[in-house]
Design a protein around this ligand. Structure first.
Ligand code: PMP
Length: 422
């Protein structure tokens, strides 16, 4: 009886009684991809439940792994001081803000966090949203309109692309990290267009490389465009005290019109923010759909981010250790003859694998040998740019890094590119 029921479910697309979704081409493509992975005997590396705090190590299925898959960059997720701040906020406020902030969801913690972020960037104001992704979608989608143009790095995060789509503006990607290409697009697009927004990241999440901020500021100025920098992977990561790309390169941060970032990485919480002039922040606070029509950031998350920001200010050695770890790992890969791409050695180090299948197989082999690292495959990156992506943490010890390097080199030698190029 069970198998008959299963057969009926499969016929109807998985849910008994419901209509199938197999008409959707994207669903069919997805089913095909799953079948291909099964045929290649590649286990699904996604959605593996971790049993505790994931930092330098993590426990999955009761086994401990060396972990390179979490952006707990500063090791603050699980820090006793952050947990204590969270507990205190829960005691006082419960969990939910229970409403949009514009009606009755505002809590003192929101203004405190936003003041801290504005101070961090030296801007007049800041505004927090319920996720980093939602921040880019709603802010870009709201600021720009159909008569405008958005010029962005080809490797920009999906959330910026989604925001650009929502805005209806003309969207012009430029070759990754190429200021000249950005300038060409901007110059051509400016003729006749309304307003222009240039969007880059402070530290690219796929390659781990950084832009030449001063050049982008200059280009944006010359073409009367606003410059927005997504610091999801650079806040708390770059610069001696974690102030981001501007600190790393000694550039005046006031040349950037909109700083964007997330609370989910260095700040070990969840949520997103923009920091900018008061005029923009005030307008967003009263009108941005993803802010006005969504619940306020949970007070417990605001409290965790406030405490993380405080610790970041007091313990810059965490940033230094993160960067030392990432550089050690990147240089270690190269010393073993492996391709670490364009990584700047800050927190993100790719291992280029040459094909998606090789990335999948390497990830599976490493998992068997106690190293947890995710493959990044087509279509997230072009097929030839498939890779493993290693996230380093301030928590990794040099010994753990060296052990991982040896295991990675041994495993990579055993999974030949030629075997898998087909
Ligand atoms: N921007 C960039 C560059 C990101 O990498 C991410 C997420 N990895 C986001 C925005 C979205 O942030 P969150 O995961 O906190 O929603």
């Amino acid at each position: 009886r069970l198998s008959k029921r299963r057969a009926r479910q499969e016929e109807s697309g998985g849910s008994e009684g419901g209509r199938s979704f197999a008409d959707l081409p994207a669903v069919r493509d997805f089913e095909l991809m799953k079948t291909a992975m099964e045929a290649l005997d590649l286990p699904n590396p996604f959605f593996r439940p971790h049993q505790g705090v994931a930092a330098a190590t993590t426990v999955i299925g009761n086994e401990e792994f060396l972990n390179f898959s979490s952006y707990n960059y500063l090791g603050l997720n699980g820090d006793p001081r952050v947990k204590a701040a969270a507990h205190a906020a829960i005691e006082r406020h419960g969990i939910s803000a229970s409403a949009s902030r514009i009606v009755s969801g505002e809590r003192p913690l929101h203004a405190e966090l936003e003041a801290g972020i504005a101070a961090h960037y030296g801007t007049e104001g800041a505004l927090c949203f319920v996720s980093g992704h939602a921040t880019n979608v709603t802010v870009i989608g709201h600021i720009m309109g159909p008569r405008d143009v958005i010029v962005h790095d080809a490797m920009i995060h999906n959330s910026c692309v989604e925001g650009a789509r929502l805005s209806g503006a003309r969207r012009l990607p430029f070759a990754h990290n190429d200021p000249q290409a950005a300038e060409r697009e901007l110059a051509a697009a400016r003729r006749g267009a309304g307003r222009a927004l240039l969007v880059i990241e402070g530290h690219y999440s796929m390659d781990g490389d950084v832009p030449d901020l001063a050049r982008f500021i200059e280009i944006a100025r010359r073409h009367d465009a606003w410059l927005m920098v997504d610091e999801a992977h650079s806040m708390g990561v770059l610069g001696q005290t974690g102030h981001g790309i501007a600190e790393l390169q000694g550039v005046d941060p006031s040349g950037v019109d909109i700083w964007m970032g997330t609370l989910s990485k260095s700040l070990s919480s969840c949520g997103g923010y923009v920091a900018a002039r008061r005029q923009l922040i005030d307008w967003l606070r009263h009108t941005a759909p993803g802010f006005v029509y969504s619940v306020g950031l949970a007070p417990v998350l605001a409290a965790s981010a406030i405490e993380s920001l405080r610790i970041l200010g007091e313990e810059p050695w965490r940033v230094e250790r993160l960067n030392a770890n990432a550089t050690r790992f990147r240089d270690g890969l190269r010393a073993r003859g492996l391709d670490a791409g364009a990584s700047g050695g800050h927190a993100i180090v790719p291992l280029m694998t040459g094909s998606s299948v090789r990335a999948g197989r390497l990830s599976a082999e490493l998992f068997k040998r106690g190293v947890n690292v995710q493959p990044i495959t087509f279509p997230a990156v072009p097929e030839r740019a498939a890779r493993l992506r290693f996230f380093l943490s301030a928590e990794h010890t040099p010994e753990q890094i060296d052990r991982a390097l040896d295991i990675v080199a041994e495993t990579a030698a055993g999974v030949a590119p030629s075997e898998l190029a087909s």
